[in-house]
Design a protein around this ligand. Structure first.
Ligand SMILES: Cc1ncc(COP(=O)(O)O)c(C=O)c1O
Length: 355
C-alpha cells in the first residue's frame, strides 16, 4: 500500500475523498430512466457552471478522444495547427495521423501565440484551426479570444480549442470566444478521476460534420449529438464517474464559479512568487497559467527535490517534452486550497535547504 500523498500534479490531480465516495453509488444501466435523469442533470449543471449556451457532449474517453473528434468531424482535407508546446504539437500529429494536411504554425516555447503568427499562413483552404488554451508543457495561457477573432476576420475556418488544463480553473468566457469546439477532461481542474471527456461545440461544427466522410463510429459527433439530445451516451458511459461529476458540479456551484477562478489565481500567484524568487518562470509575463506553473530548474537536482517532497507527503510533476530535463511543474488546480499551496511551498523550502 502506497503512502498517501497530496497531488500538486498536472493531472490526474488531487481528488477529495467525498468525491471518490460519490462513485460508490449503486450501478444503473445506461439506457434507463435513472441514467437519463443523471445525464440531463449533469449537462444542465455544466451549462450553468461554464456559463455557456454552446451545445455539450460527453465521451467515455480521455480528452484526446475528443481532440481527435474535432479533426475527424471538422476537417475534410486541410487544417492549421498552432503550437507553442507539446500539446499543440500533439494536435498537429492527431491531424496528420487522421490523414489531414496540416499547416503547422509553431511559436517559441514559453512565449504566447500571437494572432499575427498565423495570419500569413491563413488562406481559404484552411478548414479549421487548432489551438491549446493552456499549454501544459510550458505554463503559458494563450490569448485564445484574440486568435479566434483574428481567424474569423481572415476566413471562416472553424476554431477548435484544447481547454484541457484551462476549463474550471480559468474564466475563459466561453461564449465570447466565438469558437466551434472546446475540449476538456475530468482529471484536471474539475478534480475528478480520469475517464470522461467533455466538449462544448457549435452548430457550425455539426453542420460541417455532415459534409465530412469517414468520421468513424466512436467519435462521430452527429451520432453522439443525436444520443445526447435524448440524454444518452452513444456507447457505454463511465456511470460511476458521472455520479462523481454530478456531485462535484454541486460542490462547484456551492463554492461559486467566480470564487473558484479567484482561488486558482491566488494559488497561481503564490507559486509564481515562490518560483521567481528562488529559481525562474518558464512562461513569459502576462500569459501565466493559473493552473500550472513551469519552473526553470537552474541546475536544481529535481529527482532529489521530488524524493524529499514525496517523503513529506507531497507530489509535484516533472518537466514535459523538449524541456523535461530543464524544468519541473507544479499543478495548482481543482480543489486544492491556498493553505495547501502554502504548505507545499514551505515543504519545498525545507527540502531545498537540506539538499
Ligand atoms: C493541454 C493538454 N491537452 C491534451 C492532453 C491530453 O489529455 P488526455 O490525457 O486526457 O487525453 C493533456 C494532458 O495532460 C493536456 O494537458
Amino acid at each position: 500500500m502506497s503512502v498517501k500523498r497530496t497531488l500538486f500534479t498536472v493531472g490526474p490531480v488531487e481528488v477529495r475523498k467525498e468525491v471518490l465516495d460519490a462513485m460508490t453509488r449503486p450501478m444503473i444501466t445506461h439506457r434507463s430512466k435513472d441514467y437519463e435523469k443523471l445525464q440531463e442533470g449533469i449537462v444542465e449543471k455544466l451549462h450553468q457552471t461554464l456559463d455557456t449556451d454552446m451545445q455539450i457532449i460527453m465521451s467515455p474517453s480521455s480528452a484526446s478522444g475528443l481532440l481527435e473528434a474535432c479533426v475527424r468531424n471538422g476537417v475534410k482535407r486541410r487544417m492549421m495547427g498552432l503550437s507553442n508546446g507539446s500539446f499543440g504539437d500533439r494536435w498537429q500529429s492527431i491531424g496528420e495521423e487522421n490523414g489531414k494536411e496540416v499547416v503547422k504554425v509553431n511559436g517559441e516555447w514559453g512565449k504566447a501565440l500571437r494572432p499575427d503568427d498565423m495570419l500569413s499562413h491563413l488562406d481559404a483552404s484552411v478548414e479549421a484551426i487548432t489551438v491549446v488554451a493552456n499549454e501544459s508543457s510550458t505554463g503559458v495561457l494563450n490569448p485564445v479570444k484574440d486568435i479566434a477573432k483574428a481567424a474569423r476576420k481572415e476566413n471562416d475556418a472553424l476554431v477548435f480549442v484544447d481547454g484541457v488544463t484551462a476549463v474550471y480553473g480559468t474564466d475563459l468566457k466561453i461564449d465570447d470566444l466565438g469558437i466551434d469546439a472546446l475540449v476538456f477532461g475530468t482529471q484536471k481542474a474539475l478534480a475528478l478521476p480520469p475517464g470522461l471527456a467533455i466538449m462544448c461545440l457549435s452548430d457550425r461544427l455539426l453542420e460541417k460534420a455532415k459534409e465530412v466522410p469517414y468520421r468513424g463510429y466512436y467519435f462521430d459527433l452527429l451520432q453522439m449529438k443525436k444520443m445526447a439530445d435524448k440524454h444518452y451516451s452513444l456507447t457505454t458511459p463511465p456511470v460511476s464517474l458521472m455520479y462523481a461529476l454530478d456531485f462535484q458540479l454541486d460542490r462547484i456551484l456551492e463554492e461559486g464559479v467566480q470564487a473558484r477562478y479567484r482561488r486558482h489565481r491566488e494559488m497561481g500567484d503564490l507559486v509564481r512568487r515562490w518560483a521567481s524568487e528562488r529559481l525562474g518562470l518558464f512562461a513569459e509575463p502576462g500569459f501565466y497559467s493559473d493552473t500550472i506553473t513551469v519552473i526553470d530548474r537552474k541546475g536544481l537536482d529535481f529527482s532529489k527535490l521530488n524524493k524529499g517532497l514525496k517523503e513529506k507527503g507531497y507530489e509535484i510533476s516533472n518537466g514535459y517534452g523538449a524541456i523535461k530535463e530543464t524544468t519541473f511543474r507544479i499543478g495548482h488546480m481543482g480543489d486544492l486550497t491556498v493553505d495547501e499551496i502554502k504548505g507545499l511551498l514551505e515543504a519545498m523550502d525545507e527540502v531545498m535547504e537540506a539538499m
